[in-house]
Design a protein around this ligand. Structure first.
Ligand code: HMG
Length: 444
């Protein structure tokens, strides 16, 4: 039985902060730090009536409408987030309340939960849903997996450059229309304190170390994936979507993955005259000498045409949306999958039956790698997506508006600002209930 993603929808925060044009000059920085250094053009930010519930519910609402799925056909709702505002009541219950107010049917018998492992949780929730179906506990029903985050950092934190807000909703089902998940899974997981939020809204981050931890856990996950029986041969994968905190992070990770993937293959041999064969530990007297040789080889590999062709085909297309929205934490890797597929469809690539190697990551820290197979009819699902139109329709904000919006979403500030956009056929935050709960309304 094939199980995987049958349908997918994205919802971007409705405000657009231009990074090189607005944010960099206001901070006295060179715009090229954003465009070249981080690979980012803009952040998507939530208007004052948007939050993780509205973005998640709006993505799910659109998905259910488009797929013609009633609430009675959903047996499970998992929300992945690291921006939750309630330590007991899961965000999935708020989302379910929204959906029940606007759709036929009931979610009374849907099992609801919330997943946490920094950005890793979106893929973990997907994994849980797939396993629930494979275990035969779904009674023919589908699972709704939602990854939703407002990835905001404290003002003046270096992470502010990489902010973003948005949600991805995925319908997980038997005989999926978009991708089926393979059984092999590689994990790299170590207790790390590079990025965390100990009882606080905005993260404490050791940015440079977080990048090293990302690379180390990814390498372990790739080795573990091969150990689990997964192939990493470059010919097997049409796209390699990575968790993308900012595109330049992926540009650093991709050569390490490619180096691993071509080891002992014809590609390593083809490059031998140009850059030599890959260093092996047994050829060196010390680990330091070995690591230095590996670094040198990787730099030379990155400059080859062979690597450039692979990168342009499998990785670059996956970054097209991230460059325009920033980091969506739990949703980030699911954004890169969609971006890669959209770009491939537009380029006329035929991907039915092709493989995706999906590389997820969450600080704290864990990486996970699994393979997916693109399903026949995959372009039909992509044709229903409106993410590009939604990105183009975002309201451009000034630096002063950005400062006020950031305060409006800061739990420790009581700033109340008028919305900058007009809600239209969507769920909005509608104030506080008598027990301190957040309340929502659907605006026609
Ligand atoms: P920073 O100090 O603002 O930036 O921190 P920088 O000065 O290091 O510049 C960034 C890059 O731009 C550098 O490139 C500069 O050289 C370059 P690199 O040396 O790294 O190759 N640069 C320029 N290039 C061209 N022209 C210029 C120019 N100026 C500079 N004029 C940092 C950047 C990413 C550390 C910061 O934004 C940060 O702390 N971000 C948050 C943490 C993060 O995103 N970590 C990524 C890995 S961890 C992860 O992915 C998990 C996460 O998603 C959370 C979760 O799991 O929940 C974050």
């Amino acid at each position: 039985m094939e199980v995987g993603i049958d349908g997918i929808e994205l919802w971007a925060g409705k405000l657009r902060l231009d990074l090189p044009g607005t944010f960099a000059p206001a901070n006295g920085e060179d715009p090229e730090k954003y465009t070249k250094g981080l690979g980012l053009q803009a952040s998507s930010l939530p208007d004052s009536y948007e939050d993780i519930v509205t973005m998640g519910a709006n993505a799910a609402h659109r998905l259910l409408e488009r797929k013609g799925v009633s609430l009675d056909e959903i047996g499970r709702i998992d929300v992945a987030t690291e921006s939750a505002f309630d330590r007991s009541k899961p965000v999935s219950t708020y989302v379910a309340g929204c959906l029940e107010s606007a759709h036929e049917g009931s979610l009374t018998t849907a099992n609801k939960g919330e997943r946490k492992f920094a950005c890793m949780a979106g893929t973990q929730a997907l994994d849980d849903a797939v396993n629930w179906i494979r275990a035969g506990r779904n009674r023919g029903r589908a699972a709704l997996v939602i990854a939703t985050d407002t990835a905001l950092y404290a003002r003046d934190d270096p992470g502010e450059a990489t902010q973003g807000a948005g949600a991805v909703a995925m319908l997980v089902a038997e005989d999926p229309g978009l991708v089926a998940l393979g059984p092999e899974q590689g994990i790299g997981s170590v207790d790390e304190t590079d990025f965390l939020k100990p009882n606080q809204q905005f993260p404490s981050v050791d940015g440079k170390r977080s990048m090293q931890v990302y690379l180390a856990r990814m390498r372990e996950a790739l080795v573990d994936f091969a150990r689990a029986g997964g192939t990493t041969h470059p010919d097997e994968f049409a796209l390699v979507p990575f968790h993308t905190p900012f595109p330049a992070m992926v540009q650093k990770a991709a050569p390490l993955g490619y180096r691993h993937a071509i080891r002992d293959t014809e590609y390593e041999e083809q490059l031998a005259d140009e850059i030599g064969r890959q260093p092996r530990p047994e050829g060196f007297e010390s680990e330091e000498a070995y690591l230095s040789a590996v670094k040198e080889y990787t730099e030379a590999l990155t400059d080859t045409d062979q690597y450039g062709r692979w990168y342009d085909r499998t990785v670059e297309p996956t970054l097209a949306i991230s460059r325009q929205v920033g980091n969506w934490y739990t949703a980030s890797v699911h954004v890169t999958r969609v971006a890669g597929l959209l770009e491939a469809r537009d380029a006329g690539r035929e991907l039915a039956g092709a493989g995706l190697l999906v590389a997820s990551y969450g600080s704290g820290a864990q990486a996970e790698i699994h393979a997916e197979t693109v399903q026949p009819g995959w372009t039909d699902e992509l044709d229903g997506l409106r993410i590009r139109e939604q990105l183009a329709d975002r309201r451009e904000i000034s630096f002063e508006e950005y400062e006020r919006i950031h305060d409006a979403h800061n739990h420790e500030e009581s700033t109340d600002i008028a919305p900058l956009t007009e809600p239209d056929g969507e769920f909005v935050f509608d104030g506080w209930g008598r027990m301190g709960e957040r309340e929502y309304a659907f605006i026609e």
